[in-house]
Design a binder for this molecule. Structure first.
Ligand SMILES: NC(=O)CC[C@H](N)C(=O)O
Length: 227
């Protein structure tokens, strides 16, 4: 199975994602430049963290216009897995593949620390290897991680179990302490914490491993494998 890791100008977590896939869950990962227009050969598409286009205008606002994005939208519309981490989450909201937006942290400061999270939905393509309501530790590192959506959208997210991760100690002012959400269909996940930075004990946490192993299992079960 082959995963696409899309690199935008200013991405800085793409090699950490490649490491998590190749060295930890032992699958293939390919870096795909954001100038590409084709993603059909992949089992999943991953949008990494970083500062695409220097976060100009708003984080993710320019990246969502990159040539690769129509292919990401087609991939998502086909029900295949798309994961956006940190800046990747920001790009997915800007592209309207996920509802709401990521705004400046409440205290207007960049937050960089390990966060305690709750896996509030372990029934997604990305979370089946976690226990229900499991507490996990993942690093966060963002200036624009304050998730906002209006009350109607929040009610829908709750009703459809689209809130996948929440913070135990809300570090950025996010509505309902939301750290990660999925789309209604469950195949697109955006999260501010960095699972790819928590895949080896030496990194301080291995809580990210289950996310990648869940994704591999789901791809296998659904027959989405491209060799
Ligand atoms: N680590 C990241 O992906 C940073 C995300 C984003 N550019 C921010 O500071 O909010």
């Amino acid at each position: 199975m082959k995963f696409a890791v899309v690199a935008f100008p200013g991405s800085n977590c793409e090699m950490d994602l490649v490491y998590a896939i190749e060295d930890v869950v032992k699958e293939q990962a390919e870096l795909v430049p954001s100038t590409a227009t084709y993603l059909n050969d992949y089992s999943a598409v991953l949008l990494p963290g970083g500062f695409s286009y220097g976060d100009y205008l708003r984080s993710g606002a320019i990246a969502q216009l990159a040539p690769i994005m129509p292919a990401v939208k087609r991939f998502a519309a086909a029900g295949k897995p798309v994961l956006g981490i940190c800046n990747g989450f920001q790009i997915l909201t800007e592209a309207r593949l996920l509802p709401g937006s990521l705004q400046r942290n409440q205290e207007s400061k960049f937050v960089c620390k390990v966060a305690d999270l709750v896996v509030t939905n372990n029934q997604t393509l990305f979370t089946t290897n976690y226990q229900a309501q499991q507490t996990i530790q993942l690093p966060i590192a963002h200036g624009d991680g304050n998730y906002y959506c209006d009350p109607i959208t929040l009610a829908e997210l709750r009703k459809n179990n689209q809130i996948i991760f929440t913070y135990q100690n809300n570090p950025n002012g996010s509505v309902a302490a939301i750290a990660g959400i999925s789309n209604r269909q469950g195949n697109v996940l955006g999260m501010m914490p960095h699972p790819e930075r928590a895949v080896e004990a030496i990194l301080g946490s291995t809580s990210g491993r289950e996310l990648f192993s869940s994704l591999v299992n789901s791809v296998r079960k659904r027959g989405l494998i491209h060799e």
